[in-house]
Design a protein around this ligand. Structure first.
Ligand SMILES: *[C@@H]1O[C@H](CO)[C@@H](O)[C@H](O)[C@H]1NC(C)=O
Ligand SMILES: *[C@@H]1O[C@H](CO)[C@@H](O)[C@H](O)[C@H]1NC(C)=O
Ligand SMILES: *[C@@H]1O[C@H](CO)[C@@H](O)[C@H](O)[C@H]1NC(C)=O
Ligand SMILES: *[C@@H]1O[C@H](CO)[C@@H](O)[C@H](O)[C@H]1NC(C)=O
Ligand SMILES: *[C@@H]1O[C@H](CO)[C@@H](O)[C@H](O)[C@H]1NC(C)=O
Ligand SMILES: *[C@@H]1O[C@H](CO)[C@@H](O)[C@H](O)[C@H]1NC(C)=O
Ligand SMILES: *[C@@H]1O[C@H](CO)[C@@H](O)[C@H](O)[C@H]1NC(C)=O
Ligand SMILES: *[C@@H]1O[C@H](CO)[C@@H](O)[C@H](O)[C@H]1NC(C)=O
Ligand SMILES: *[C@@H]1O[C@H](CO)[C@@H](O)[C@H](O)[C@H]1NC(C)=O
Ligand SMILES: *[C@@H]1O[C@H](CO)[C@@H](O)[C@H](O)[C@H]1NC(C)=O
Ligand SMILES: *[C@@H]1O[C@H](CO)[C@@H](O)[C@H](O)[C@H]1NC(C)=O
Length: 868
């Protein structure tokens, strides 16, 4: 495969045979400087800004640097911790994974994945999930939750971390982001929208990791993208996150147009802080920082975990940042702005300077141990084993049931006191090593209820499908026999072919983060088929049993074409990654205690090729950074299939119920809104807060009595003999003018971009984009005999030759009684109807005729109307 890639590459590289193996004409990222400073009048942030200003004005340079720089990998209890400000009573801030619960915590809940809750299409449920996670983190002493996730968005279905996010549809993901963030922050914890941006695959995201797998590369992957696709697809959900008031954003490992995610001035200064008006702080992903001053002026505000590489003992910031401010490379306003942004996010969510202590430890389950794990120093109590679960198990069960998608049902569901159930497949039962037996869930044994990597939490318990089904069987006097070994084919055959059997076949497909390789899957899935011979298992069972019900736990779509339409496969259920209450949630749906309504948040295509975009598995640029060109533009997932007229097996937004619904009477009401006005005017000059001495001696390591913790990152200098010695930077002495781009340290007032938030607006971009232009209503009737939820969806055709046939722009989840008719209402904003105009660098409603559609899925749209 490597050699064929090389051949393709050489063919693509026009020129002489002696042409190097490197791609030429690499995509480049335009410089955008200076880094925007906070806006005191940004709506929603005024009070937080004032509190931050009062606090930061009292801080010394060393204290400010402390706030911006992590103490190093495993230096303290949390996966990331900043330095502290003891003089002002502020303890170190605790940053903790993960987007579905507290990683490395005990007595914590394991929630469903983001992708699973996305399937509920239920805003309230997304909010409550965020709030419950916020409450648990708050009670453990966490200040920043590293989630939710909109990068990956889900460009390629095999992308290893897609399940941590919501959906390849940016509108659905945007709502998932906003609701989760509001929930987390209402509970008093800062949320972190990650990984910004285009972090769409695991392969080649980090050089050491890739080299560990044997890939000969010296630079990370570059995701190369055009401006229109960036705005209309990948930036969209981050805009929603910013508008929802997210306090922090994590920049990503990989490059964008050959510029690292954590020093890309176009994405950080230009798009995030400039255009979207983001007022919070940007932290690096762990080891994603590759430069000191250059990342500071490109918009990075916090270095995580603080060391250059895990446990190197050195930092691009820390003492280097102190020096860079002293020698003028990083302007004072920039370090002040970093501190302001961090403290403003802190106050925004209602935190007070006197923070309760952190009561858990990420690196040990012992009650007593070293508080500085890397240094093995500071023996004391490190775990208080605080139970923070509350009644979240009930919520997790509700989320699981309301997110379970019924993909096929010829009448075998719901189950009603079945006589004989044959439960088949490893995915129905427990992991013999226990639910947390594999670290960071880095194996696929037993039922799958979360993927692997840093986006995991420890299960407090895991209700397997078999346990829940058994409990029900006992009540119903059902004969239930389970075979959990996928390879026991003769035993399975003998069971399922027996007269009257209803077979429940449990299958799965797993993926996760790139640092763990499970069964040859280096984070990203190596294929889209089921694991453990799942497809063959289904085929074998259904060839012998005419009532075969398939339950899939997976991280995304799998290829079901071989068996989904067999008449013996009477039902297919996608249960996603439901978390700790897995079996209970599923049982409720299978037995009709909860009438399913959830919709698949991604497309189930017949072939992998149908999706268009895919993971890049082999380096394609010699030993330089592999180049991932997003040539498909906005055409991912259903946009890809729709535009190429490819019929999927189950389309985006599809899901069945045990009742039936009919749609009628679409109405469009134009709303009065002012005309769009590009934002004009300019910012104030960059403010500074406080002062500092320029005497090197004032920054020396405090005193011999101050303990030096091994490998710990401090803001101080080890030596004051010379700045060069203190820096330990072999290239020390380059001035800002020499190595930073023009304008990088400019502090003068800056013009606001046309698409940017105005001076007194809510962050999230030009406020007029959120004006409501149309209200669309339709009537939905429950025509069956059972109460149920329906998820009416609104799609828009923007009408242009470069547009997708339809894009999701509205949905609701409504409970409807039998015979009842309800009105579905969706509001269309200006943004919903606009395209990104690259020339104007602004959103624009095109001249092309626009149509709205309403129906139960992206391909069943019985109602339509044109927009005047
Ligand atoms: C990447 O390059 C493309 C093509 O030049 C350009 O349109 C786009 O704005 C660039 N994006 C970034 C983030 O640099
Ligand atoms: C910086 O943070 C470290 C670690 O929390 C702390 O020991 C030190 O006192 C702080 N320095 C200043 C100047 O506040
Ligand atoms: C300062 O940064 C350079 C890289 O730019 C690094 O080599 C050096 O070790 C850092 N110094 C300290 C004290 O961490
Ligand atoms: C200023 O300090 C930074 C960080 O150590 C260093 O990279 C840079 O070369 C220094 N510049 C000058 C002009 O001394
Ligand atoms: C797909 O990957 C899974 C997990 O590694 C593996 O079990 C399965 O055999 C693979 N399928 C095919 C068709 O190679
Ligand atoms: C399917 O059935 C064939 C024929 O009995 C058998 O060889 C094979 O192992 C079975 N596979 C599974 C996964 O049950
Ligand atoms: C369906 O199951 C029956 C056994 O109940 C079997 O005889 C038949 O061949 C199966 N049909 C298919 C298409 O697998
Ligand atoms: C399966 O076959 C049995 C025996 O022929 C029949 O009674 C039953 O109705 C069939 N079930 C389904 C779901 O087709
Ligand atoms: C890695 O790639 C470079 C450039 O193609 C080559 O010079 C070097 O020998 C390769 N190293 C290994 C270990 O394959
Ligand atoms: C900073 O300003 C304060 C108040 O004006 C003053 O007391 C202090 O000496 C100044 N510190 C330095 C290092 O300039
Ligand atoms: C600073 O000095 C301490 C104590 O000698 C040493 O352990 C540490 O490695 C030094 N730090 C750096 C960044 O050189």
């Amino acid at each position: 495969m490597r050699s064929s890639t090389l051949v393709a590459l050489l063919t693509a590289t026009s020129g002489s045979a002696a042409a190097s193996v490197y791609k030429r004409d690499l995509a480049v990222s335009e410089p955008v400087y200076p880094s925007p400073w906070m806006n005191p009048k940004a709506k929603g942030w005024e009070q937080a800004y004032a509190q931050a200003r009062d606090f930061v004005s009292q801080m010394t340079l060393l204290e400010k640097v402390n706030l911006t720089t992590g103490v190093g990998w495993q230096g303290e209890q949390c996966v990331g911790q900043t330095g502290s400000v003891p003089r002002l009573g502020l303890r170190s801030l605790c940053l903790q994974d993960s987007p579905l619960g507290i990683r490395f915590g005990d007595y914590v809940s394991a929630f469903s994945s983001g992708q699973t809750v996305a399937a509920s299409f239920d805003r309230d449920l997304m909010y409550r999930r965020g709030q419950a996670m916020g409450e648990e983190n708050k009670a453990k002493g966490v200040n920043v939750i590293l989630g939710p996730v909109a990068g990956p968005l889900g460009r390629a279905p095999a992308g290893g971390r897609n399940w941590e996010g919501f959906s390849p549809d940016p509108y659905l993901t945007g709502i998932g982001m906003a609701e989760t963030i509001k929930g987390i922050q209402d509970a008093g914890v800062i949320a972190c929208a990650k990984h910004y941006i285009l972090n769409e695959q695991e392969h080649f995201r980090q050089v050491p990791e890739a080299q560990g797998y044997g890939y000969n590369i010296t630079e990370t992957l570059s995701s190369n993208i055009d401006d229109k696709t960036m705005h209309e697809l990948y930036l969209w959900p981050f805009a929603d996150a910013v508008q929802a008031g997210v306090g922090s954003v994590m920049c990503s490992y990989q490059q964008i147009n050959n510029s690292h995610g954590c020093q890309n001035s176009k994405t950080l200064n230009g798009l995030l802080k400039g255009e979207l008006g983001f007022q919070g702080f940007v932290m690096s992903d762990w080891q994603a920082q590759h430069a000191g001053a250059a990342s500071a002026v490109a918009g990075l505000d916090m270095s995580m975990p603080g060391d250059t590489l895990f446990n190197s003992g050195y930092s691009f910031w820390g003492a280097n940042l102190t020096l860079a401010v002293l020698n003028g490379t990083v302007p004072e306003y920039r370090i002040d702005d970093m501190a302001m942004r961090i403290m403003a996010a802190f106050f925004l969510v209602g935190m007070e300077v006197d923070q309760p202590p952190i009561n858990f430890d990420s690196w040990s389950t012992d009650t007593y141990g070293p508080i500085h794990y890397a240094a093995n120093e500071g023996y004391q109590q490190i775990n208080w084993h605080v139970d923070v679960q509350g009644d979240h198990g009930d919520l997790i069960q509700e989320i699981g049931a309301k997110s379970t998608v019924l993909l096929k049902n010829t009448g075998s569901l719901p189950l009603n006191k079945p006589r004989f159930l044959a439960v088949i497949g490893e995915d129905a039962g427990p992991n013999p090593l226990g639910p947390n037996g594999c670290s960071d869930r880095g194996c696929n044994m037993g039922t799958l209820a979360m993927g692997w990597g840093s986006g995991t939490a420890n299960y407090p318990y895991l209700v397997t499908p078999l346990e829940a089904l058994n409990a029900q069987a006992i009540k119903d006097h059902t004969r239930l026999e389970a075979i959990l070994d996928n390879t026991a084919s003769s035993t399975i055959e003998a069971l399922v072919k027996q007269e009257g059997a209803t077979s429940l076949v449990f299958v799965n497909a797993d993926s996760g983060e790139g640092y763990i390789n499970v069964d040859g899957n280096e984070g990203d899935r190596q294929n889209l088929t089921l694991w453990g011979n799942g497809d063959e298992l289904i085929k074998n069972v259904s060839s012998l049993c005419n009532n075969t019900i398939v339950i899939i736990h997976s991280v995304g779509p799998t290829l079901v074409g071989d068996w989904y339409d067999s008449e013996n496969v009477t039902a297919i259920v996608w249960a996603g990654l439901p978390g700790q209450e897995s079996g209970n949630s599923l049982k409720q749906v299978l037995y009709g205690e909860v009438n399913p309504a959830a919709r698949t948040p991604f497309t189930w295509a017949a072939t992998r090729e149908d999706y268009g975009a895919d993971v890049l598995y082999e380096p394609n640029n010699g030993d330089k950074g592999p180049q991932q060109d997003y040539t498909e533009g906005i055409f991912i997932d259903y946009r890809a299939l729709d535009s190429k007229n490819i019929t999927p097996i189950f389309e985006f937004g599809f899901g069945l119920s045990y009742t039936t619904f009919e749609y009628a009477n679409i109405q469009v009401e134009k709303q009065s809104a002012q005309d769009y006005q590009p934002t004009t005017g300019e910012t104030a000059e960059a403010p500074t807060f406080g002062n500092f001495s320029t005497d090197l001696e004032d920054y020396a390591f405090p005193s011999s009595s101050f303990p030096y913790i091994w490998q710990y990152i401090y803001p101080y200098f080890n030596t004051t003999s010379s700045a060069k010695d203190a820096s330990m930077d072999s290239e020390y002495g380059q001035t800002a003018e020499e190595f930073l781009p023009p304008g990088a340290i400019d502090s003068s007032a800056q013009p606001l971009a046309a698409a940017a938030s105005g001076p007194e607006d809510l962050p999230g971009g030009n406020a007029l984009l959120y004006d409501i232009l149309y209200k669309v209503t339709a009537e939905v009737t429950n025509t069956g005999s059972l109460a149920g939820d329906e998820i009416p969806q609104l799609y828009v055709s923007l009408g242009g030759p470069d547009d997708a046939p339809v894009v999701l722009r509205g949905f609701d989840r409504i409970t409807i009684e039998p015979g009842q008719t309800v009105t579905f209402t969706a509001e269309l904003t200006r943004r919903d109807l606009s395209n990104w105009d690259v020339a104007a660098q602004d959103w624009l409603i095109s001249e092309y005729p626009k149509t709205v559609y309403v129906g139960p899925s992206s391909r069943k749209l019985p109602l339509s109307a044109t927009l005047s």
